[in-house]
Structures are given as C-alpha cells and as structure tokens.
Design a protein around this ligand. Structure first.
Ligand SMILES: Nc1nc2c(ncn2[C@@H]2O[C@H](COP(=O)(O)OP(=O)(O)OP(=O)(O)O)[C@@H](O)[C@H]2O)c(=O)[nH]1
Ligand SMILES: [Mg+2]
Length: 450
C-alpha cells in the first residue's frame, strides 16, 4: 500500500487513446518527472492538463493528464491518469518511463483492492466492479451496476446492525441482571427480530439463482444421437451457419458454442457430438465431451428424430437427462412420424429445421423453465457469486439454530454465540473481516489496470 502503482487501464491494441493510471503517494511526483507542461504538483485537483511526455530530452507523446487528489478518487489515494495516443508502442513506452521513475506495476485488480482496503467500497462492490467489466448482456450490466452502488452491502449491513443490537441487549442483561431499566431481553422479543433476519436471508438465497443467471447467463447443451439435427438446431437458433451440417452421422466432433439473448439473458448454446458407441478415437473423445457438457449445463435439450423409431441409445439418453433440467426437441416433423415414446414427465417441443418450425416454442420453453420473464434486473439486489451464497447459507444456519434454541427456552446468553456467528459471517460477505489469501484470490481475477 506504500508503493505507487501504475498500469495500462485500457485494452492494449490499436486505438485512438490509451489510459495509463497511476495511484499512490508519489503519483504526482513521478508523473511530473516525465511531463512537460504545467507543474502537476501545483495544479488543482480534478483537472485535465495538456502537455508532453518526455524520455530525458526525447519527446514521446502529446498527452492529457488528469490529476485527482486524495481522497475523492477511485483508490482514495492521489491518482493521475495519462491519456496518450493509442497503440502498443507509445502506451508501453509511457508505462516503462513510469516504472523507471519509481512506480511499480500494479497487480490485476490492485486499484480496486486499494479502494476496498482504503474503505471506499465494500467487498460486494468490488466484486460487482469485476462483474460489470465482464458483463456480456444488458441485464448483467444493470445488476452489476446496482451492486457497484452498494445495494447488497447496504442490505447486509442492515442485517448486521439488527444482530449487533440484539447482542448488545443480551450483554446488558448478562452484565447487569439486577438492572431493571435495561431492556429485558426475553425470548419473546428476540424472536421477531431474529425472524426478520431469517426471512431476509431466505429471500436473498431464493433469488440468488436469478442473480447467477443474470450475471453469468445459462449454458444450454444440445445433445442426442448422431444425425438427429443438433447442429441444424444450433444454426437455426443462432441464425448463423456456425456448425457444419451434413447427412453423415458423426459430423460434429467437438463442442461448438454460440450465444444469443433471451429476455435480456445471455444464453450460451452448446452443440455437441452425436452420442453413440464408437471405435473411432477422435469421435470417442467428442462423445466424452458431449457427456461432460450434459453434466455442466444448466439445461439439456435432447433432440430426437421424428422420422425414426426410438432406439436403445435414445432410451438411455432419456433416462440420463431426467436428473437435469431438460427439454425434448422432436426434430424433423416435416417427415413422416415414426417416433413413439412415453412423453410423461417430459417437456416436449416438436419442430424441424427445414421449415424453421418449433424453434420459437423451444425458446419459450427455455424462458418458462427459468422464469426469465419474471427476472427483475432493475433495482434488484442479488447475491451474485458462490462466495456470497456460501456465506449467506452459513449465516442462515446460525440464525436458524438460534431460533430453534429460542423455542426450547435455552438461556439467552447461549443464543448470543449463534447470533455473533451470523454477524461474523455476514461481515465476511462485505469484507469487514477477511483473510489475505481470499483477497489475493478475488482480485487476481480482475483485469489489469482496474
Ligand atoms: N428433413 C429434415 N432434415 C433435417 C432436419 N434437421 C436436420 N436435418 C438433416 O439431418 C442431417 C443431419 O443434420 P445435423 O444437424 O448435421 O445433425 P447432427 O445431430 O448435428 O449430427 P452429428 O453432428 O453427426 O451428431 C442433415 O442432412 C440435415 O440437413 C429437419 O428438421 N428435417
Ligand atoms: Mg452436428
């Protein structure tokens, strides 16, 4: 935290402008050493200053330099941003000069880490910054932005203040049992407050699946025997000739992915190799990948051929996909019906890719399965990653335990242990207490320069 750090904050490539960001106590002094124009240590905060970057006597680039003095900056430290001409060569040269003059190259996410460590944002906000940079759909962006503003953090802080109030009251009762005026914490008035916390935690967990769907989208695997039309379906859904289609069984050998949005949610469609017993080494690897795709998908679309009787392989697949979210797409309805099977327990969509029929229904079923029509993206507060969900589940358990003990009239001082634990766990979500290893892991996934 003592070091002054720098990094290229824009993506490196050919572009009109690149921004190199510098943060830390010596940010101004270091940039000043290579800048010709005004004396940057004397300019007002939050100003943009015109000048040149020099390497000794050599002019490197014409630049605009933003000077932002602590504490009203991204990191709460002095921040200087150099806007230079884009392009790898100039940008790298400016970065090199900063490094030569005393700055250190920032680690990925280190600017945001400093914003967190300096108390400008909580950990949920930091995670949302990362989600915002990586968002691939409008809804993902909206929810991430909501998180950046701190909505989840606020909710968690509210719960913690209820818990801490309960703890304080319990303490008073333990320390001054004879003190009549101390608010008597009885089992009956602990219960409503704890129940309120319980319900909020349950709500957060109930909507967490939506949070994940919005931020990460859905993986939808298209599987089935060879030649049933999986790749044709992928192409029709994407309205693009993404996968090769032929009448040769075993055309698709590898996973082919393409994405589309449904109701603003990113859907990643995964076309797979036709599943069958095979001696062909390459095809066999493809088949293994298809099976793995089923395992990791949020939804499996099993394709059957309307024009053929159900085979043993179809039966096996029908059995296999039962334990996953699934839709059966009966393809080739333009041909004579020969397929017969017991459709109970399955969601069935009929269609064909020759006349492009049934694909809208297929999309509708995907929307239904995940309630995509009802997913709110505006002003909604979601737990949006495994870390947050895991800690919330543990906090919920602690509160449930406290409530169960309450019903058994266990002394209130015993309840304090569970309440304190819930308070600690919720603190971990916002980063009130954290381990260095966790921070390292979290921020190394960030983009460089953020
Ligand atoms: N009549 C008819 N033919 C179709 C339909 N959909 C696909 N086909 C044909 O069926 C054959 C196989 O289609 P693909 O999309 O390659 O099938 P696949 O399931 O991806 O096959 P593999 O990659 O080998 O597993 C091609 O000749 C397609 O033109 C359909 O709805 N009706
Ligand atoms: Mg195929």
């Amino acid at each position: 935290m003592e070091d002054t750090i720098c990094a290229i904050s824009t993506s490196l490539g050919v572009g009109a402008i690149s921004i190199i960001r510098v943060s830390g106590q010596e940010a101004l002094d270091i940039v000043n050493k290579i800048f010709k124009g005004k004396d940057l240590t004397k300019v007002k905060s939050h100003t943009i200053n015109y000048g040149y970057i020099y390497d000794g006597e050599k002019n490197i680039d014409e630049v605009l330099v933003s000077v932002m003095l602590a504490p009203k900056t991204y990191t709460k430290e002095d921040v200087v941003e150099i806007n230079c001409h884009g392009g790898i060569s100039t940008t790298n040269k400016v970065l090199e000069l900063l490094l030569e003059n005393g700055a250190r190259l920032a680690e990925p996410g280190e600017f945001t880490k400093r914003a967190f460590l300096n108390g400008r944002i909580d950990l949920t906000q930091a995670e949302s910054v990362d989600a915002l940079l990586k968002s691939k759909s409008d809804s993902a962006r909206e929810v991430a932005l909501n998180g950046v503003s701190g909505s989840l953090g606020k909710k968690i802080k509210n719960l913690r203040s209820i818990l801490v109030e309960l703890l304080a009251n319990i303490e008073v009762n333990i320390d001054f049992p004879e003190y009549e005026d101390a608010l008597e914490i009885t089992h009956s008035n602990l219960k409503p407050r704890l129940t309120e916390v319980l319900e909020t935690l349950k709500d957060l967990l109930a909507t967490a699946r939506n949070g994940k769907i919005i931020s990460e989208g859905l993986n939808v695997a298209i599987v089935g025997r060879p030649n049933v039309g999986k790749s044709s379906i992928l192409n029709s859904l994407l309205e693009e000739e993404k996968a090769i289609v032929t009448d040769i069984a075993g055309t698709t050998r590898d996973i082919i992915e393409g994405s589309a949005t449904l109701n603003g949610i990113l859907i990643n469609f995964i076309d797979t190799a036709g599943i069958r017993e095979t001696e062909d080494v390459v095809e066999k690897i493809g088949v293994d990948k298809s099976i793995a795709a089923i395992d990791s998908a949020d939804l499996v679309i099993l394709v059957l051929n309307n024009n053929e009787e159900l085979t043993d392989e179809d039966k096996e697949l029908l059995e296999k996909i039962k334990k996953y979210e699934n839709i059966i797409f009966i393809n080739k309805t333009d041909l004579e019906r020969k397929l017969l099977f017991n459709k109970d327990d399955f969601t069935i969509v009929d269609g064909n890719t020759k006349e492009i029929s049934g694909l809208d229904n297929l999309k509708k079923e995907i929307i239904n399965k995940f309630n995509l029509e009802k997913i709110e993206t505006k002003d909604m507060t979601y737990l949006s990653n495994v870390r947050q969900i895991d800690l919330t589940k543990k906090a919920l358990k602690a509160v449930e335990h406290a409530l169960a003990n309450l019903d058994e009239l266990i002394p209130v001082d015993m309840l304090a242990i569970d309440i304190k634990q819930a308070w600690d766990l919720l603190g971990e979500i916002i980063g009130e207490n954290y381990q260095d290893a966790l921070l390292d892991e979290l921020f190394t996934n960030f983009c460089l320069g953020k």
